[in-house]
Design a protein around this ligand. Structure first.
Ligand SMILES: Nc1ncnc2c1ncn2[C@@H]1O[C@H](COP(=O)(O)OP(=O)(O)OP(=O)(O)O)[C@@H](O)[C@H]1O
Ligand SMILES: [Mg+2]
Length: 239
């Protein structure tokens, strides 16, 4: 059984349909990437899974449980972490306070301390800046904080929406290394990336979303080798 099963979901903003019958699944231990052009509906898909966008059809199941009618809060508690698009950190709070907020679903002090240490091991830059106001962090540091905060709920599945957006080439490498590391530590990953080639390089499988519909689903290797994917999403010629 898949850990996450998105089964024919549809969603709309007002009267504009954005997702039409989207199905995908993520097995425990996998890194799965969702790629597609701007506006294809990638962010909306993650928001629908997190309960932030209402479904107009279909179902989402996580570890066998139907997520319909559950609040975003409950969905976090069930084990889905979500680092949203655009480095949403609480600017006036410190780094430490932001990480504490990520753990709001949990009550065990010991577990909190363990996760806190683990996140700071993954992001040593954050450890040096625990008392700094998050709004004064660099863009890359804010991105790390957004990912770190999502990991603080000790999710079984973490969804990352454009984690490398706007980062320098070196930081992009760091972030992809971190994603691999997160997966190696046992967290399943659903990853959205504009940087499709990099994403497919670390992923097991991928889906291509076009205008709210799944256009292709395959192993990451096959998608990387596909001429159609290459032309549309990987900047042309094979690397
Ligand atoms: N709150 C909203 N109200 C109205 N339309 C919206 C809203 N959010 C997104 N949309 C529209 O829904 C479509 C899908 O948006 P979404 O953010 O899911 O795309 P995306 O694939 O994540 O794109 P990008 O790569 O640019 O982040 C777009 O046409 C967008 O304009
Ligand atoms: Mg998006």
């Amino acid at each position: 059984m898949a850990l996450l099963e998105v089964d024919g979901i549809s969603a709309a903003y007002g009267r504009v349909r954005v997702l039409a019958n989207v199905s995908l699944h993520v097995d425990a231990g996998e890194i799965v990437t969702l790629i597609g052009a701007n506006g294809a509906g990638k962010t909306t898909t993650l928001r629908a899974i997190s309960g932030l966008v209402r479904l107009t059809g279909g179902a989402v199941r996580f570890a066998g449980r139907d997520l319909a009618k559950r609040s975003p809060d409950e969905i976090v508690r069930l084990g889905i972490g979500h680092a949203p698009e655009g480095r949403r950190v609480f600017a006036r709070m410190t780094v430490r306070e932001n990480l504490e907020l990520g753990a709001y679903t949990r009550s065990s002090r010991t577990e909190f301390d363990e996760d806190y240490e683990r996140v700071l091991d993954v992001f040593p830059r954050l450890r040096e800046r625990l008392t700094q106001k998050s709004g004064t962090l660099s863009g890359g540091e804010q991105q790390m904080l957004a990912i770190g905060r999502a990991l603080m709920s000790r999710p079984q599945l973490v969804m990352l929406d454009e984690p490398s957006l706007g980062l320098s080439p070196i930081l992009v490498q760091t972030i992809f290394g971190v994603i691999r590391d997160i997966a190696a530590r046992g967290t399943t990953v659903l990853l959205i990336e504009q940087n499709a080639r990099q994403a497919l390089t670390i992923a097991d499988r991928g889906y291509v979303l076009e205008l709210g519909k799944i256009a292709l689903a395959d192993t990451a290797g096959n998608l990387l080798a596909s001429d159609a994917v290459s032309a549309a999403y990987l900047g042309g010629a094979h690397a």
